[in-house]
Ligand binder design. Structure first.
Ligand SMILES: Cc1ncc(COP(=O)(O)O)c(C=O)c1O
Length: 418
């Protein structure tokens, strides 16, 4: 059968960004014929024993409680499971003096859905026919933003400025405020902090400046905090969650060991929460109540924040250090390779300034050498101008064991030298 698709159907039935390349990666791994690939492509978090145990304990507590039937055998409110909403409000009020009430919180089926609701509620065509843009203040950024808008031309991103430390082979992206356009065509703003894929953390000042620009046009700013404190606390540099009338703090439980349960949290002004909540009710009713109930227990007890700092963060921070050291040892000094500052997330980002070929070609060559990474180009969603830099980068997942990271960097050296 060949179903006839609408324009939106055509668009949404194609995979975007990294999801498209993942197909090639999975086929390579499956048809490897027993070849020993080092897979540095994964976005799935490592299953850490202490974290798995915490979710097991929360589940046992739920099973033993009279709430079980209410949680699993019934629909609930679209806003979310009340004990989880209260646990998040209490945690943020105590930790950050945030002054939240339950009306400031919405629980969603994973945080990706928040960006989908936002991009289509605040971005796209207005009744008057004007295009409201979904602005990504700098790229590279999360590849998933490329597929969130039903009006693809609404998503626009901007080239960053680069701080380069030639001697130490390091670099860092910064928003380029001389290029960034936030004006009356802006519907909303989205960025990840810490950033997937680069590990960049925008400073409090940079966030404040973006928020201020957007506030002048009443545009909400969605701060994708999938890797931020208090959980999973995958920041390796100090950072403070920011609050404000037009700021939407977006949490995810995925990198805190619960990706399968689909729990995301939006924290914002009540007026923004109301819009997102109605969108969610129309789209999918609500998130899994089992996931919400165990998340409520882990947050209210303080365990999730504690284990995030004491287990999750050190695990990935150590891996980043191993990778950085392996690159320093292995990679030729005379070549222009640069590792992005490792300020957070579960990834490292490498830039080859004088790459004589493309990121895709380098990805294929590395595959031949038994290493699978992710080519950088899908991480520039919404960038309209052609920028050679976007074909010069690779994303490396820090989920592999340390020995595998070292071995992979040895193989990378071979490929790059060749
Ligand atoms: C920056 C960023 N935002 C959002 C998501 C989506 O997460 P969730 O599982 O909460 O939908 C991811 C997943 O990898 C991510 O890296």
């Amino acid at each position: 059968m060949q179903p006839q698709l609408s324009t939106i159907g055509q668009q949404m039935s194609h995979l975007t960004g990294v999801r498209a390349i993942m197909k090639d990666i999975i086929e390579t791994l499956q048809s490897g014929g027993g070849r020993d690939f080092i897979d540095l492509s994964a976005g799935n978090p490592v299953i850490l024993p202490e974290i798995e145990q915490m979710w097991r304990d929360c589940t046992q507590d739920l099973l033993a409680s009279p709430d079980y039937g209410e949680v699993v055998c019934r629909y609930g409110s679209s806003q979310g499971y009340q004990p989880l909403i209260e646990a998040v409000a209490n945690d943020f009020n105590q930790r950050y003096g945030a002054n939240l009430t339950p009306r400031n919180i919405l629980i969603t089926p994973g945080s990706q859905s928040i960006y989908f609701f936002a991009a289509n509620a605040f971005g796209g065509y207005t009744a008057g026919g004007n295009l409201k843009k979904v602005v990504l203040p700098l790229c590279p950024d999360y590849t998933g933003y490329g597929g969130v808008s039903l009006v693809p031309e609404a998503v626009v991103s901007y080239k960053p400025s680069l701080e380069i430390d030639e001697e130490n082979h390091r670099f860092k992206y910064r928003p380029d405020f001389s290029q960034l356009q936030i004006d009356d065509t802006t519907g909303c703003v989205i960025f990840s902090r810490p950033c997937n894929p680069t590990g960049n953390v925008l400073s409090d000042e940079e966030v404040g400046k973006i928020a201020g620009l957007a506030a002048s046009y009443e545009a909400p700013v969605f701060i994708d905090s999938a890797y931020a404190p208090p959980f999973p606390a995958l920041n390796f540099t100090p950072m403070t969650p920011q609050f404000g009338d037009n700021l939407v703090h977006c949490l995810s439980l995925s990198k805190a060991g619960l990706p399968g349960e689909r729990v995301g949290v939006a924290i914002a002004h009540e007026d923004i929460i109301n819009v997102l909540q109605s969108f969610q009710t129309n789209a999918c009713i609500h998130s899994s109540r089992y996931g919400q109930a165990i998340a409520a227990r882990a947050i209210a007890s303080g365990q999730l924040a504690h284990l995030s700092e004491s287990v999750i963060r050190p695990h990935y921070q150590r891996k980043y250090a191993v990778l950085a050291e392996a690159l320093q040892q292995e990679m030729p000094k005379h070549l222009s390779w640069f590792l992005h500052a490792g300020e957070g997330s579960i990834f490292a980002w490498l830039w080859f300034r004088d790459l004589p070929t493309s990121d895709r070609h380098l990805y294929n060559e590395l595959k031949q050498a038994g290493v699978i990474v992710v080519p950088g180009e899908p991480f520039f969603p919404g960038l309209q101008e052609d920028w050679p830099h976007k074909r010069q980068c690779l994303r490396i997942s820090l989920t592999a064991p340390p020995e595998a990271l070292v071995q992979a960097m040895k193989r990378l050296r071979g490929v790059v030298e060749a």
